[in-house]
Design a protein around this ligand. Structure first.
Ligand SMILES: NC(=O)c1ccc[n+]([C@@H]2O[C@H](COP(=O)([O-])OP(=O)(O)OC[C@H]3O[C@@H](n4cnc5c(N)ncnc54)[C@H](O)[C@@H]3O)[C@@H](O)[C@H]2O)c1
Length: 229
């Protein structure tokens, strides 16, 4: 049976990934340490979502692990040998990064590297799907010409009709600390160790997963492709 590891499984996107693949019959292992409550206080507590997933989906197991724990990540991935890793655990706020820059970088950049290296060593055939963000572009999108429509602004150039493409520059742009930690993770996913690439990895630089440009499909495609191997 196909086995998946979802980091940040109690969060907004991670919990949707868990539910989606459990319904397809996958065995889904989740990693979350409720760090969102540490970041945002009681209102950010995600335990209720962890309990909901455990109650609703027999194929779901929770692992209490901090992705900053390098040895713990390696042990878990070695023991599970997942076919797919969907990495959604993160510090997701610009404002919080400004006040806690080391925590932001340790979770977003170093945590991602811990997982990549664990996958490279212990599950090298796994698909690694990374949640990036449009914030990796910094303020460069402000240079794109806009046109005013009846109810909203849109990009003037039809090249951007479906959003900013992933070849758009992330350089020569003013970044927030959050944007910088996400850029670090993003480029490591593309080439985690110089000269040694993972076999299959994908990233999505989404704006909002609730909007019409949602990119769930790339995770699904990657997972299905791997499950057929
Ligand atoms: N929500 C969106 O519309 C959106 C848009 C663009 C990009 N993204 C990206 O998608 C990813 C997930 O976003 P989200 O909205 O689901 O965030 P979220 O805060 O809802 O979920 C993140 C989860 O990760 C967990 N976590 C944080 N640090 C951890 C650690 N050290 N170890 C283990 N678990 C940890 C948190 O407890 C939380 O449950 C992020 O990388 C974010 O940048 C989201």
């Amino acid at each position: 049976m196909s086995r998946m590891l979802v980091t940040g499984s109690s969060g907004l996107i991670g919990s949707e990934v868990v539910a989606y693949f459990c319904k397809l019959g996958w065995v889904v292992h989740g990693v979350d340490n409720n760090m969102r409550a540490d970041f945002f206080g009681a209102g950010g507590d995600t335990r209720w979502n962890q309990r909901r997933l455990a109650a609703q989906y027999g194929g779901f197991s929770h692992h209490e692990l901090d992705i900053r724990d390098r040895a713990g990540c390696a042990q878990l991935i070695e023991s599970l040998n997942p076919a797919v890793v969907v990495h959604t655990a993160a510090q997701p706020s610009h404002d919080l990064a400004a006040g806690r820059p080391f925590d932001d970088f340790d979770v977003n950049a170093v945590g991602t590297l811990n997982l990549l290296e664990a996958v490279r060593r212990h599950a090298p055939r796994a698909v690694f799907a990374h949640m990036s963000t449009n914030k990796v572009y910094g303020d460069a999108p402000n240079r794109i010409a806009l046109t005013e429509l009846a109810t909203r602004w849109d990009y003037a150039d039809p090249h951007y009709r479906d959003g900013i493409r992933e070849e758009f520059t992330i350089d020569q742009s003013k970044h927030s600390l959050f944007g910088a930690s996400k850029v670090a993770a993003d480029v490591m996913v593309q080439a985690p160790v110089p000269g040694v690439r993972l076999q299959r990895q994908a990233g999505a630089r989404q704006h909002s997963l609730l909007g019409r440009r949602a990119r769930h499909s790339c995770i699904h495609r990657a997972a299905l492709e791997r499950s057929r191997l």
